[in-house]
Write a protein that binds this ligand. Structure first.
Ligand code: PGA
Length: 259
């Protein structure tokens, strides 16, 4: 038995209207899911209610793609952690590279978002990852370390914390990291977690891989003991692909001996 339960998080980004999202959620609910796997779906805010209704009683977790840094008040257009909680959300993405790139959000913002989630008992999926230029310059480890600085203010990890390693160059490109690259970075992230919070926390924290996870790339990635599941964009919009990813995630790992 794996020490950590595998998890797939479907990140639907800004696609699917609420009615289309509800239909897709129903299609995913109908896929037989191995008992040892967890599945979460992150639709857009307006679709949370209908997707949540489709997921009720299924054991599939309702997730959100973002949360605002403040608790409540005059912040037109923003969504608070308490609103997400009331809507039935349990898991929230923080620090996705598209928020970093298109909205200019940085570690201090992510720290505040995670504080808001902790206050509401919601678990963050904190996303980190280097750009192609950063990898080519040999800066991957430094970049990841500076992104983990969003956790600096926490003496204990945010409850339920999950990390997602998402190399920016792999997202939506059809060019995933190799299994060896993912395993190496995950091990590095786990060592960083151990240094901050101790080996117990590091050993029990799930680290997902994201970036062009597909039925083709998933078997190799999920063969790695270090890879505790996936944060999946494009492939999560296709029910047959999700079925293939679940099957790949349920397969036994073979890469445990990788040095
Ligand atoms: P992708 O997106 O699976 O389409 O590469 C992953 C993500 O951005 O979380």
């Amino acid at each position: 038995m794996r020490a950590r339960r595998r998890l797939l998080v479907a990140n639907w980004k800004m696609s699917r209207t609420p009615s289309a999202a509800a239909a897709l959620a129903r299609a995913l609910v109908a896929i037989p899911r191995p008992a040892q796997l967890d599945l979460a779906i992150a639709p857009s805010f307006p679709a949370l209610d209908r997707v949540g209704a489709a997921l009720a009683g299924t054991g599939i977790t309702l997730a959100a793609q973002d949360v605002y840094v403040e608790k409540e008040g005059a912040f037109t257009g923003e969504v608070s952690a308490s609103m997400l909680k009331d809507a039935g959300v349990a898991l929230v993405l923080v620090g996705h590279s598209e928020r970093r790139l298109f909205r200019g959000e940085r570690e201090p913002d992510f720290a505040r978002k995670m504080e808001r989630l902790v206050e509401q008992g919601l678990a963050p999926v904190y996303c980190v990852g280097e750009t192609r230029a950063e990898r080519d310059a040999g800066r991957t480890a430094d970049v990841l370390r500076s992104q983990l600085a969003a956790l600096d203010g926490f003496s204990a990890p945010p409850s339920g914390l999950i990390l997602a390693y998402e190399p920016v160059w792999a997202i939506g490109t059809g060019l995933p990291a190799t299994p060896a690259m993912a395993a190496e970075v995950h091990a590095r992230l786990r060592a960083e977690l151990a240094a901050r919070f101790g080996t117990g926390v590091a050993g029990s924290t799930r680290i997902l891989y994201g970036g062009s996870v597909s039925p083709v790339s998933a078997p190799g990635l999920f063969a790695e003991e270090e890879v505790d599941g996936g944060l999946v964009g494009n492939a999560s919009l296709v029910a047959s692909d999700v079925a293939a990813l679940l099957a790949a995630a349920a397969a036994p790992t073979t890469g445990a001996a990788r040095a």
